[in-house]
Each structure stands twice: as structure tokens, then as C-alpha cells.
Design a binder for this molecule. Sequence first.
Ligand code: DAU
Length: 336
Amino acid sequence: MAQSDESVLNYDKLTYAGNLNNLTSLRNDERHLFVQGDICDGEKLAALFAEHQPRAILHFAAESHVDRSIHGPAAFVTTNVNGTFTLLEAARAYWNTLDADKKAAFRFLHVSTDEVYGTLSAEDPPFTETTAYAPNSPYSASKAASDHLVRAYHHTYGMPVLTTNCSNNYGAYHFPEKLIPLIITNARAGKDLPVYGDGQQVRDWLYVTDHCAAIRRVLESGRVGETYNVGGWNEQTNLSVVHTICDLLDELQAKPTGSYRDQIKHITDRPGHDRRYAIDARKIERELGWKPAETFETGLRKTVEWYLANDAWVAQVQSGDYMKWVDLQYSNKEQA
Ligand code: DAU
């Protein structure tokens, strides 16, 4: 919000990873309005569209954790597929009420993932916007389905849509079910640092504010109906990411004896685990002049420092259902 004077209506269901404390800095900002709700609630969406007359929708709402999609895929189909459909329908009904100028200026920006492209071998070139979809997990399949719906609303109804497919994000306020915040918080708590399988899977990491900047660029200047891949040009094996976090913690908050690396434990691999993701982000750089500002070194240091300075936030999000998830996902996962 610091980048513009426009008001923002923030619509969120506040499920397990949603947290109003993440919005504390906006509490006294009159341009920001929070409404709790579900993207599957078409009536509520229609009322909000009618009342607030938005010029754009930024659709971030999703179930996003691959491991949770393996344990319980239904929520992923409900939120990611049905939810996107319901939001598209509400947006279309509203869009049809606009005059020609406002209709042309309206944007529906769908935030998606590189996982829709499936997995790469070590020699494959990175994913481009024309790489064929081959999603491998219930999560990525549900995101792929939502991408197709968004695309269809442009081709069939002419709705001015944009889609971004981004690589792995990291940074402050990241819910500690994902690799980087999980490793930081487990390390500090003296717990095991769980590495799936051999830890040689590769991800392309992007600092979260770089992702935000990319979304802003696409919203401002992206070509309607196009998709843009967003990535950090930063491929790392999981084990290397875990080692770097341990080394940063050793530097910033050393243990009385030994290294945080001593806590690393290889555990049973994720079923259907994608081996490598990598993004070719040349289109968004060529067309919209976006490229990441942060390096992995600077971004990861900022991230570790943020977690070191925000114990209360970590304690709050790790209460309640979080512990049930940790138990379901990590107990009895000794590697054979
Ligand atoms: O590529 C973009 C995607 O990145 C997003 O669409 C997803 O919403 C986001 O969750 C992320 O998916 P990943 O499955 O790559 O992220 P995650 O942090 O769960 O895992 C990163 C890698 O680390 C992956 O290869 C699995 C591995 N891992 C993860 C956890 C939680 C471990 O080795 N141990 C763990 O405990």
C-alpha cells in the first residue's frame, strides 16, 4: 500500500495460516479495509463488488501447501478450483455492469505457481510461459485447473485477465509449514531439521517483496490475456538452503556448543516429490522491465533476522492446530 494512494479491500477467510496480526501495520490506515469471508461465497462477493466497485481483483486466495494437499486434497479443489470459479463469476457479473471505459480498464490478476508445469530434470531448460502444463500434486493440479478457468474467461467472455506463475517465495511472516520458516523455527527450538529424501531437490527462491513488485508491474502494464513467469534466477538444492540457514544462525545466534547443522535429519521423501523447478523470467523482464532486486544472500539474511526478532509472532502461529499438523506430517518418518 505504500506504493499507491488507492484503497484496498482485503478479503480473507482466515483459515489456519491467516492471521490478523500480520496486518497490524495497516490498522490505522483508512485506505485498507479487511473483510473476513470465503471466495466460495458468491453472494457475499456480489455484494462486495456492488458496494466497492473495484477497478481490479488480485486473486491470491488459495490452499498452498503441497504436503497438506497430499493428506487432504478436498480443500484444495474446493478453494482453488471452486473458489476461483466463484470469484470469476462474481467478477464477470460485476464487469458486465461497467461502462465501456471501465470495462476495458478492469483487471483480474490471478496469482499462480510454477508447479503447474510439473518437474524438470537437471539438464532441462527452465519453465517458460509456453511449457506444457503437467501438474503432479493435488495442489498443483488444483492451481492448474484454476489457471485454465481464468484463461477461458478471457477467451470466452473477453474478461481482461492476467496470470502470474511464480517460483518459491520466502521472507517475513511466512507460515512455518514451508521449508525456510520451518527450518529457522525448528532450529531455534532445538528440534530436528527435516530434509525430505536426499535433499537434492531444486527450487528457485524469490524474496517475497520482489514477487510483490512483479505483481504490481503486471497489474500496471501486463498485456491482457497473457501469463508471466516470475522467478529469482536462484536455483538451490534443499540441502544447500538448509545449510545456509544453519550457517546464518550459527553467525547470528550461536549455540553454546556445535552447529545448527547437527540438527539436520533426512526423513521419508514426499510422495510424488517434484525434483526440480526453475523459472525463465525473461518475458517479464523484456516486456515489463521487472527483475528481482534481492539476492538470496541478502534476502535470506533479512528473513532469518526477522524470525530472530519476532518470537511472539512465531509462538502465536505455532499454537493450536499447527501442532496437530506437525504431528500428522512428521511423526514416524524415519528414513529407511
Ligand atoms: O514453486 C512454488 C511453490 O512453492 C508454491 O506454489 C507453493 O505454494 C509453495 O508451498 C512452494 O511449494 P514447495 O513444495 O516447493 O515448498 P515447500 O516449502 O513445502 O518445500 C520446499 C522444498 O523443501 C520441497 O522440495 C520439499 C522440501 N521440504 C519441505 C518441508 C516442509 C523438506 O525437505 N522438508 C520439509 O519439512
